[in-house]
Design a protein around this ligand. Structure first.
Ligand code: SME
Length: 151
């Protein structure tokens, strides 16, 4: 049975073959995920640039806020707890940071390097309610592990 993100993962795998630069990888992943799935209205990375702080990285879509402390929003929660968050209704998530009023639901996945350090979170927003489920999060986690966790 096909898994979520199978096709886009195949394309990303081919594109990033041999590349180790984190920004080059993030830019490529953001581009492919944004254009490869109609649910996606905004796709991007927030990078851990100092302890407890996320800063905007490569993304596609409208402008994203530049800085997110770990205490704030869905991205902050995912970073703080180092676990994915699926949010079916952003208005019901306390402290959600609204970068776009169109966003109805989102999924955020932690990005770990080969030494298990948190380097970023992947944030995907949708203008559709309940666009993502746990299977999507699991598939995105596997993709992040493959792209950023390899040696
Ligand atoms: N949705 C995020 C904020 C980032 S923007 O949506 C691009 C959050 O609440 O963490």
């Amino acid at each position: 049975m096909s898994q979520p993100y199978d096709d886009v993962a195949t394309r990303i795998r081919a594109l990033v073959e041999g590349e180790t630069d984190e920004i080059a990888l993030m830019a490529t992943v953001a581009c492919e995920l944004f254009h490869g799935d109609e649910r996606h209205d905004w796709v991007g990375f927030y990078r851990v640039t100092e302890p407890g702080l996320l800063k905007i990285g490569p993304y596609q879509g409208g402008h994203g806020c530049l800085v997110i402390p770990f205490e704030r929003g869905v991205c902050g929660a995912a970073a703080r707890e180092r676990r994915s968050r699926v949010v079916p209704d952003v208005d019901a998530f306390p402290g959600h940071i609204a970068c776009s009023s169109k966003t109805r639901s989102e999924v955020v996945v932690p990005v770990l390097d080969a030494e298990d350090r948190l380097i970023a979170v992947l944030d995907i927003d949708s203008d559709r309610p309940a666009a993502f489920d746990e299977q999507d999060a699991a598939a995105l986690e596997a993709l992040m592990a493959e792209v950023f966790g390899r040696r």
